[in-house]
Write a new protein. Structure first.
Length: 202
């Protein structure tokens, strides 16, 4: 199973629940910002290694192809094309303006002078640009964050597993309607994707 973590879409919480549920079968992919390759971890308590210890996504797939591993992590458009047909794929979507605003405040914790409109422009239509609308149509299970309780229940029944969920990385900012309205201007393509999947996955 491959679990695609889309930034600020419940990914850390879901990944942690998968780790608890699947134990030794779980693998977390840490994507290195320097080399763009991956460190394969068995849990969230890892130490980042030097780049020469990292591997390509293709090498990850070669190592775990045909196994019962549960792989979770941030992977982007070009690499997602390598995910083999037949692999069970799961991900979560979130209302796009809320996701973009949450992403901004998350990054602002480490980049104090981060400008909102500059960030929105650099990350506009994040799902369309970084993931690709086409890939989402081959995903076996797309959970919707705004329907989390019912969708978690559906996933548990489909996979015959019980997930113990704890929320991680929750935003500590107040939602501002004007900021949400501004964010919405930068996610019009993502909004169409979200609405289609939200209608399909009730």
């Amino acid at each position: 199973m491959f679990s695609l973590h889309i930034e600020k879409c419940f990914g850390t919480s879901f990944g942690s629940a998968l780790m608890d549920a699947y134990g030794s079968r779980f693998r977390l992919l840490y994507r290195c910002g320097s080399c763009g390759k991956y460190q394969i971890c068995t849990d969230y308590d890892y130490e980042v290694l030097e780049c020469d210890h990292h591997v390509s996504f293709e090498e990850v797939l070669e190592e775990y192809s045909g196994t019962d591993a549960v792989i979770h992590g941030h992977v982007f458009k070009e690499e997602l094309k390598l995910v083999p047909i037949g692999a069970y794929v799961v991900t979560w979507l979130r209302e796009p303006a809320a996701r973009l605003l949450s992403h901004y405040y998350h990054d602002k914790k480490t980049v104090k002078d981060l400008q909102m409109e500059d960030f929105f422009m650099a990350n506009r239509n994040y799902i369309t640009e970084r993931i690709g609308a086409g890939f989402l149509w081959r995903v076996d299970f797309v959970g919707i964050m705004e329907k989390m309780d019912s969708h978690i229940s559906i996933f548990e029944k489909l996979k015959g597993v019980t997930l113990n969920l704890e929320r991680h990385n929750e935003g500590d900012y107040e939602v501002n309607e004007e900021e949400l309205k501004l964010a919405a201007e930068y996610v019009t393509a993502d909004q169409k994707i979200y609405e289609r999947h939200s209608r399909l996955r009730k």
